[in-house]
Design a protein around this ligand. Structure first.
Ligand SMILES: NC(=O)CCC(=O)C(=O)O
Length: 265
């Protein structure tokens, strides 16, 4: 499997329209890859809270159209990162879109864990409630977005649903870069899965982004890691390594489910 992880720089000097156009042509340049992955909320920037409402679009809005076309022009599976989705009957959602090589929507995932505690995304957007996996030739993707990375139970549930390649589309800040790398490796090791994690570069809303998109194998080895700037990270991996790792070191079979809580004295 050949994957291209497009670590886009999100800076305020570029309009959303120009960035959309630029990203579509970067996706087209990845013809020959099996899977292309984009970051979280790359139209606005994940921390540009004031832009969420202004730039929100329906699921099938301009980003959907541009990315569906780019996926079919390149003939790739495209995880198109996420958009601020305007649901006509509900709140905004942070929604990731996955397109097949013919440009059809294969999946949409609404971010479950919203970042910001009592402000920002956590109050501006609704929470998704559904796990999403996508079957590709050779592997099953499990979808997640940024802050989700801190919640191991989500990833374990994705594995229980058949996921073998855990995709994390993110806008992770430089301030907590060490957590990003550590958590990406932890999710790979504990779930004996590939992790393909795509972040953003640049600075938006005064928040410098970590970059350092990373691809980790089911043994926890880092197969590829980007630097801090805009970059297309390309990597080849053998999806069969998930099955061999799970067979040769069958730790997932030793899970103890349904443990009793401690008794109060
Ligand atoms: N956009 C996000 O979810 C940011 C997450 C983050 O900064 C963190 O978990 O730390």
């Amino acid at each position: 499997m050949r994957a291209s992880v497009i670590q886009i720089a999100v800076d305020e000097g570029e309009s959303v329209e120009s960035r959309r156009w630029r990203v579509a042509s970067l996706v087209r340049e990845q013809a020959g890859a099996d899977l292309v992955v984009l970051p979280e909320l790359w139209t606005t920037g994940a921390f540009a809270y004031e832009e969420f409402g202004r730039e929100a679009e329906p699921l099938d809005g301009p980003t959907y159209e541009a990315m569906a076309k780019a996926a079919s022009d390149a003939g790739v599976w495209l995880h198109a990162g996420s958009i601020p989705e305007r649901d006509p009957e509900g709140p905004l959602y942070n929604t990731s879109l996955v397109f097949s090589p013919s440009g059809d929507l294969a999946a949409a995932y609404r971010k479950i864990h919203r970042f910001g505690f009592d402000k920002g995304e956590a109050v501006l957007m609704g929470a998704g409630a559904e796990l999403v996996t996508v079957r590709l030739p050779g592997t099953v993707l499990g979808l997640s977005t940024c802050y989700d990375l801190r919640f191991p139970e989500l990833f374990r549930s994705l594995v229980d649903a058949g996921a073998e390649t855990l995709v994390v589309s993110a806008g992770w800040p430089e301030r907590r870069r060490s957590h990003w790398t550590l958590l990406a490796q932890a999710r790979a090791v504990e779930n004996q899965s590939f992790v393909v994690a795509c972040g953003t570069a640049g600075t938006h809303a005064g928040v410098p982004q970590a970059g350092h998109s990373i691809v980790v194998d089911p043994w926890g080895e880092v197969l590829a890691e980007a630097g801090a700037d805009e970059e297309v990270l390309t990597v080849e991996f053998d999806p069969g390594k998930v099955a061999t790792t799970r067979e040769q070191f069958p730790a997932l079979k030793d899970r103890l489910l349904g443990l009793e809580p401690p008794r109060r004295p």
